[in-house]
Design a protein around this ligand. Structure first.
Ligand SMILES: [Zn+2]
Length: 366
């Protein structure tokens, strides 16, 4: 395994992704003590740990970028996906693969959407997905998970997926709960980002991509759904009491729930008034984005029907989420309190966070 954090150009996907993670870390901590690296591994995964010298450590496998960008390039290279963005009918429906050129420290792709607007939309979607993965890992760091695991179990390494199970039931339940917490952190960071783009930067950037600005929420839900569908396409997950992760589908629903709670706070505190005014259109776009993810995975040979399943199997998912939320409330929240560097997720505290956001907004700095 080889690690690197430079050697690529400033315009490369590597650098943009690095800036997203390092910038987000910097925004949230007082003292910058962070080492970010890519590893040359092809598996789609990312992991984090607390080093013995007290430094936070985060690694993203090259395979993560390859999977994300080749999926979004493939999607926007289809005539029948996101038809309202750019000119879809000229696309040639080909599947795009990506490769890591180690010598030049660059990624190469076998194709890209023909239409330049669609090409940019595909990059934007891949970056939404990447931000989710990056801030999930940062959630493990900033919410105190790595410090807690190091103290309790003498091993702070925590991966996004696919770790070999070596420990007892209580540890497994703790790990599923920490994953839920990191997903919630990622969902919050990612919907924050999209809401701010929707609110602030439409004229400069988004208007060149979308006919109506609410479409950004479709691109976002597509991206988040794609992260979990990619995981599921690489390895099927089922519920297991001795597992570190809930099924990908359950994690996706819970992440969407966290994002929804965050968006609701923006509405409650009247921070972004147009969210409320255009709620129906936004919700429609969110479902549209998930449908586009289902469509592209069906073309890849995976018949995921996560919208339909949500309504049919919701009782099951409530059971899974109750188990981890209960463990959070009764056990982990207190234990993590002393290690956390950001306010831990708590409905009562969310109010305070948003009071502050509103003050910042009112003073014109947001
Ligand atoms: Zn994780």
């Amino acid at each position: 395994m080889k690690f690197f954090s430079e050697g690529f150009t400033s315009r490369s996907y590597f650098n943009i992704c690095k800036q997203i993670v390092c910038g987000s870390y910097k925004e949230q901590v007082e003292k910058y003590n962070f080492s970010f690296n890519f590893s040359d591994e092809n598996e789609m995964n990312a992991w984090t740990s607390l080093l013995d010298n007290g430094s936070d450590y985060l690694v993203v496998n090259v395979g993560t970028l390859i999977e994300l960008f080749s999926l979004t390039k493939t999607t926007f290279g289809q005539k029948d996906c996101f038809e309202s963005i750019g000119i879809a009918k000229n696309e040639n429906n080909s599947g795009v693969k990506g490769f890591f050129d180690e010598k030049n420290c660059n990624l190469y792709f076998t194709g890209t959407p023909k239409d330049s607007v669609r090409e940019r939309a595909s990059t934007c979607a891949a970056l939404f997905a990447f931000r989710f993965i990056g801030t999930h890992e940062l959630g493990h760091i900033l919410n105190g998970h790595t410090s807690y695991l190091k103290k309790m179990y003498m091993n702070s390494k925590i991966g996004m997926r696919n770790e070999k199970i070596t420990r007892c039931d209580a540890y497994c339940l703790d790990r599923r709960t920490l994953e839920m917490d990191a997903d919630a952190a990622a969902a919050t960071a990612s919907i924050d980002n999209v809401i701010m783009l929707y609110h602030n930067e439409f004229d400069e950037f988004l208007s060149t991509l979308f006919k109506k600005k609410e479409e950004i929420f479709g691109l976002w839900s597509f991206a988040i759904c794609s992260v979990f569908m990619l995981f599921e396409s690489l390895m099927t997950t089922t519920y297991n009491k001795n597992g570190y992760y809930l099924p990908n589908k359950a994690r996706f629903y819970m992440a969407m729930g966290s994002a929804y709670e965050t968006a609701k706070e923006y509405v409650n505190y009247d921070i972004v008034p147009e969210l409320k005014e255009n709620k129906a259109m936004i919700v429609k776009e969110v479902f549209y984005g998930i449908e586009q993810a289902e469509k592209i995975f069906l073309k890849k040979g995976f018949a995921f029907s996560w919208i339909k399943d949500f309504f049919e199997e919701s009782e099951l998912y409530i059971e899974y989420s109750d188990e981890v939320l209960c463990n959070w409330d009764n056990n982990l929240e207190n234990k993590l309190e002393k290690y956390a560097r950001t306010p831990l997720y708590n409905k009562d505290k969310m109010g305070a966070v948003f009071e502050q956001l509103k003050r910042i907004h009112d003073s014109g700095r947001l």
